[in-house]
Design a binder for this molecule. Structure first.
Ligand SMILES: [Zn+2]
Ligand SMILES: [Zn+2]
Length: 223
């Protein structure tokens, strides 16, 4: 007998041939909880941020277009950042239940197959949040999924952690990253946990473009 990692219910172990082929999601979650996170798969999405949109760019991304002249981020999101996702994030990131990362693995593996020509670069955790949490919220699921990634960005911010800042403060922040290593003419796929205002990814993408990256896109676990 094992327990569902989300609701804690008892899951009977079935020793059948099928159990060899179970994905991490099927292995760690009861039938109900496998549907907890709502996938964007098959939906028409905004080309800028990855949220559901019937238009090419959603209203938020149109604002980025007006501001920047061109959109520096082309984001694909795996799951809707709805109430269930917020509960998930609160347990994972703020209560430190790092094993919940297993719930993302199947989707990450499938999605990243489309980005074989890209170097995978996680958005780094700030030093403050690392001290508090003891695990890297963006990198840990990549590790579990066996994804090769490179830490080519360093977070140079100090002080308060991101989620404690107001939206306005966040938008006003100076460039929070610096580049480690050579990225000239490389295709870079940035990975972050949530696309909220988009400002983190825009800053990172701007910096990469200024440093002659060939192409930059991003994937976030949630939008
Ligand atoms: Zn469950
Ligand atoms: Zn958008």
């Amino acid at each position: 007998m094992s327990n569902c990692m989300w609701c804690g219910c008892d899951m009977p172990d079935k020793f059948t041939m099928m159990s060899f082929f179970r994905t991490p999601k099927e292995e760690h979650l009861c039938h109900n909880c496998q549907q907890l996170l709502a996938s964007y798969k098959g939906e028409l999405c905004c080309k800028g941020c990855g949220r559901t949109s019937t238009k090419e760019y959603c209203l938020d991304c149109q604002k980025w277009l007006e501001k920047d002249g061109q959109l520096v981020v082309c984001n694909q999101a795996l799951f809707h950042y709805d109430e269930a996702a917020k509960d998930w994030m609160s347990r994972y990131k703020f209560q430190g239940d790092c094993l919940l990362a297993w719930m993302l693995i199947d989707a990450i593996k499938i999605c990243l197959k489309d980005y074989q020509a890209y170097k995978i670069v996680p958005i780094p955790s700030s030093k403050a949040s690392l001290v508090k949490r003891q695990f890297k919220a963006v990198e840990y699921p990549l590790q579990l999924a066996g994804i090769h990634y490179e830490n080519l960005l360093q977070d140079v911010r100090i002080g308060k952690k991101q989620s404690e800042k107001t939206r306005q403060e966040r938008l006003l922040l100076e460039q929070p990253f610096k580049i480690l290593g050579n990225i000239t003419n490389k295709n870079i796929l940035l990975i972050d946990d949530v696309y909220t205002t988009g400002s983190t990814l825009h800053r990172a993408a701007e910096l990469l473009k200024e440093n002659n990256v060939q192409c930059v896109k991003s994937v976030t676990f949630f939008r």
